[in-house]
Design a protein around this ligand. Structure first.
Ligand code: CAA
Length: 383
């Protein structure tokens, strides 16, 4: 077991941290205030190779490992959580399933422009009546000559308003339950695919989500990803990867809030000394850093398993659960340390407090992560 980054990982961390400080952080307040999609930052992240980090260079990616992806996601999200999730959806929920389940032709046509950051992706699993219960979806793909015709509606689709390419899960055979779900690659600008108005959200306001409506949308056979009926497994294993990305986003939100609170506690004086020297605040900061580090190590472990090609369903759920709950606690305590200043939008911890909440909800709520972990415990004691 090694607890040290490689030289390449250290170099990446330095580059991304510098970019996040210089370009992302100064825009984060305005992005949040105006709920503005940060187009220019997405383009600059593409230039840095951050939109298809784990994709091979042959398919337009930058060929980094899974730990490097966590490192980069944390740095970007520490500066701006909205920018972080745009990157994470493209990497883990779109590039990852195309890389894992796509044919060579599909990778050339669809993965390459996504990994290069020329196009943006979204992942369409949830529906108005199927969030946590992902197998209860109703969107239907009906077999026709040469392909399928799709009808239905998808909900809370991150990157939906901007996406060029989508990964869609829908029912090809309702009678088979989750074994009747299949995955398709969708050209989001094609006929019969329409984005609804963007959601007005509590946090991550620069990352846009919306409903996506499918009306008699034709998809040719060549756009099925994986085999017919394998869609639920494609979705679940994609989420195993995605949850590592959201854990890293949560770590970034927590890190940003912690660092701001530590600096503030060193400057702000009450009763004749910096507030960090009051035990109540010093202990709070000690817990914040300790818990963030614990969540970070869980996240690196899940990424390491993924990198080695081992099953990491439980470990992904554990790191996502822990990192998202720690991020919320850290952001709440950071607001407390800032006192009145923490409650106004002038300081970044107010934004961190709002941004952190979604990490306990999307890509599986904390309750779903506990379901996944408990199912794994049950399996281990039954075998
Ligand atoms: N990898 C591969 N296969 C898996 C798997 C995994 N991680 N998890 C389950 N499966 C397989 C099972 O082995 C089983 O296979 P068989 O058909 O061969 O038996 C099959 O899938 C069904 O498994 P379950 O019986 O466990 O399925 P379930 O219906 O009880 O659901 C669940 C399990 C964990 C609750 C799942 O529904 C789930 O993860 N729900 C949460 C969905 C979610 O995270 N949504 C987020 C939307 S995406 C998003 O948020 C994106 C964004 O905008 C940022």
């Amino acid at each position: 077991m090694q607890f040290a980054f490689t030289d390449d990982q250290l170099a990446l961390q330095k580059t991304v941290r510098e970019f996040a400080e210089r370009r992302v952080k100064p825009l984060a307040h305005e992005i949040d205030k105006k709920a503005r999609y940060p187009q220019e930052l997405v383009a600059e992240m593409a230039e840095l190779g951050l939109m298809g980090m784990e994709v091979d260079v042959d398919y337009g990616g930058s060929g980094f490992d899974a730990i490097s992806y966590v490192i980069a996601m944390e740095e970007i999200s520490a500066a701006c959580a909205s920018t972080g999730v745009i990157m994470s959806v493209n990497n883990s929920l779109v590039c990852h399933p195309l890389k894992t389940f796509g044919s060579d032709a599909q990778k050339k046509e669809w993965l390459t422009p996504l990994a290069m950051g020329e196009k943006l992706g979204c992942f369409m699993l949830s529906e108005p009546e199927a969030g946590s219960d992902a197998a209860a979806q109703r969107t239907v793909a009906e077999r026709v000559d040469g392909g399928y015709v799709i009808n239905g509606v998808k909900n809370w689709i991150t990157n939906g308003p901007q996406a060029d390419i989508g990964i869609l899960q829908c029912m090809t055979d309702k009678s088979k339950g989750h074994r009747g779900i299949s995955t398709f690659i969708i050209d989001m600008k094609d006929k019969g695919v329409e984005a609804g108005p963007k959601d007005d959200k509590l946090g991550i306001r620069g990352s846009h989500s919306c409903q996506i409506f499918f009306t008699d949308h034709f998809v040719p056979d060549a756009r099925m990803l994986g085999s017919e009926g394998s869609g639920f497994k494609v979705a679940m294993s994609t989420l195993d990867a995605g949850r590592i990305g959201i854990a890293a986003q949560a770590l970034g939100i927590g890190k940003g809030a912690f660092e701001a609170a530590a600096r503030y506690a060193g400057d702000r004086k009450t009763f004749g000394k910096p507030i960090i020297q009051h035990q109540a605040i010093g202990f709070m900061l000690a817990d914040m850093e300790t818990e963030l580090d614990a969540a970070r190590l869980l996240t690196y472990r899940a990424a390491d398993l993924k990198q080695r090609g081992e099953r990491h369903t439980k470990e992904s759920a554990m790191c996502k659960l822990m990192a998202s709950e720690v991020a919320n606690k850290v952001a709440k305590d950071a607001v407390q340390i800032f006192g009145g200043n923490g409650y106004v939008t002038e300081y970044p911890v107010e934004r961190a407090f709002r941004d952190a909440k979604i990490t306990e909800i999307y890509e599986g709520t904390s309750e779903i992560q506990r379901v996944v972990i408990a199912a794994s415990i049950l399996k281990s004691i039954s075998t």
